[in-house]
Design a protein around this ligand. Sequence first.
Ligand code: MCN
Ligand code: CUM
Length: 795
Amino acid sequence: MTTVHERVDTFHDNDQKPVGYGRMLRKEDPRFLRGRGRYVDDVQLPGMLHLAILRAPVAHARIVSIDTSAAEASPGVRAVVTGAMLAQQGLAWMPTLSNDVQAVLATDKVRFQGQEVAFVVADDRYAARDALELIDVEYDVLDPVIDARRALEPDAPLIRDDLEGKANNHCFDWETGDEAATEAVFARADVVVSQDLVYPRVHPAPMETCGAVADFDAVDGKLRLWSTTQAPHAHRTLYAIVAGIPEHKIQVISPDIGGGFGNKVPIYPGYVCAIVASIVTGKPVKWMEDRSENLISTGFARDYIMRGEIAATRDGRILGIRTNVLADHGAFNGTAAPVKYPAGFFGVFTGSYDIEAAYCRMTAVYTNKAPGGVAYACSFRITEAVYLVERIVDCLADELGMDPAELRLKNFIQPEQFPYTTKTGWVYDSGNYEPTMRLAMDMAGYAELRREQEEKRARGELMGIGIAFFTEAVGAGPRKNMDILGLGMADGCELRVHPTGKAVVRLSVQSQGQGHETTFAQIVAEEIGIPPSDIEVLHGDTDNTPFGLGTYGSRSTPVSGAAAALVARKVRDKARIIASGMLEVSVADLEWEKGAFHVKGDPGTSVTIQDIAMRAHGAGDLPEGIEGGLEAQICYNPSNLTYPHGAYICVVDIDPGTAQVKVRRFIAVDDCGTRINPMIIEGQVHGGLTDGVGMALMEMIAFDEDGNCLGASLMDYLIPTSLEVPDWETGFTVTPSPHHPIGAKGVGESATVGSPPAIVNAVVDALKPFGVRHADMPLTPSRVWDAMRGQARPP
Ligand code: MCN
Ligand code: CUM
């Protein structure tokens, strides 16, 4: 059973009361539960052709020749296209979201197994796939670089010889914090602990893989693209720039999406191929990748090799944190992150602690692996940062012989210190950490758990308790320092109230399962008192929604949520003026009560928002200077990110005979400020915690030394099911964001960020009797077994 610690504010929308925040069943679920979702693969257009991609069988090879003649002659084939053909149109390469370039189809070399080499367009999916077999590519196989450490060796094979003047596999260097000041606190610390950590390469593996249907109409010159994208407007602008088609001639439609988790932020070669194919054939063209293609070629996550160091006084006051990171970016830097943050928001690695100095130095390299980097509910690399700090804080507790909860409580940033500027320059907007930590400890029965552990240890049983406390930075972001390829990270919102008082709100963000059709209706409902069921949420269609940067980095609530609240307030302000005319009193004499204005001191004399909507569109005079209609639009530029936090406690049991880890309990207390729909928040947290179990115990995209991807199917890339996870115990505290119009912070990635360190800390805690201080994820039975025997396997 799930324990929920919260005040009871359950209500039903069906009784048509003007309502806003609170538990409410999801408006989108009737169609999802009945199999009526409309996904990209459901799009069927007359005369539609099918596209299949030929992928590199090896990780690194020069292309000697490609013979497409047999494929072209294959039944049902309409076109076979190679990189050389795209190069003639200047389309063989495309920009990535990190100012690098990526091959659409390889021309010179293939640089990772699974890279796109050619495509076939045919009458059906089977004919296209069959013809792939007939394309004859001669490769001159080169030595691959698979290990990031190898990438920097002077004799390592050069991967990016396409980049002018490039003589090595170095991708970028980045640093943050104050090196000298950190050096100084480390020099005077009583205790310094360091630990090497690997956050392995993992994959978001959404239920629906990536795909697109492109339909270029040569008559009106308009391109319609249905695609699995988390950021339809940003993608449209990029297509406009690359293809030279003006934006008003491109419509990107992102229909229902079967999970994104960051996998659907980048632009993949497949989308571009589908567009080219439609232009070339003059027909609509569908490309849908299969599971293996998704796992081997689309945006991976993590792949950070980190060294963490922490300095403290003997009595447990943390002075400084230092880290050195080697980041594996794969063959192309396709990371989705604001331009100024090549390492995403890794800079928050100082965590939730008030420390004196911090420093990070990072080197990123190219390897012969798939590109990606920012995906899988990562909050722009905060997953890696939180894992680093929460592991080394535990290592410090171990060194000091201190309880890990006590050590954290002693070092938290205090409530009166907010807004708090970290030593790496992030301004945490608000937080109150101790109550969150105490609530998690109360829910867990922390003292009792420690007693139980002591008894079990005495009997030789392996039980571990792991804690993680995190602060996230979500809601990218202030346009003064955040843009993606020059696009400021703002979001538009438009609200229209129809004559009968029903409304439609149009968003620039795009749900992949987060329930936006419900929660954004609730935000608007809270502000103007129209029931959520009367508010239609439109998103995922660039022709019908205002411009904005899309959904990732848990930014929808912090940015678009703010826009939705403010646009509703604009509408309400206009409604107030219309109401003053209807009630023949001055605006100052009106009082708002969710859903209606009444005359001050006379609640009986009132008009509802629905009455006002009819007047706004109907007969009768409107006050001087007021136009008809009841609608508004806005573009919201956030002044800061929002900083949700949380305290997680995990209890594991390990079978000493098989080294199998069982997560027995997991307590998650989240603080995401004002809560719009607690049921949806819980769903987000449950999903993220499940991801965390996967990453901590099961998931890894591994490669052999030749660069063959060993995680190319769900038989090898293990993801958790309900059998591997406990019944989650969730709680919450509420510390509103001071700069967000409704005080809400994001929550969509919190649990994925916070749970892996809690689980690893629990496993390491269980293995203390063996003298284990660290073991790298995924903590599979073999790794735990090795840790128990004092061995470590290479990651
Ligand atoms: N919410 C709320 N109150 C808050 C904060 C959020 O009720 N204070 C609700 C929101 O209204 C929204 C949901 O919780 O319905 C998530 O909101 P938010 O934290 O703003 O995150 P986004 O909507 O921007 O979603 C993105 C985030 C990311 S980046 C990944 S990755 C991820 C995640 O969401 N991918 C998901 N959760 C996912 N959930 C599903 N089902 N599918 C994915 O692909
Ligand atoms: Cu980093 S995965 Mo989400 O931001 O789409």
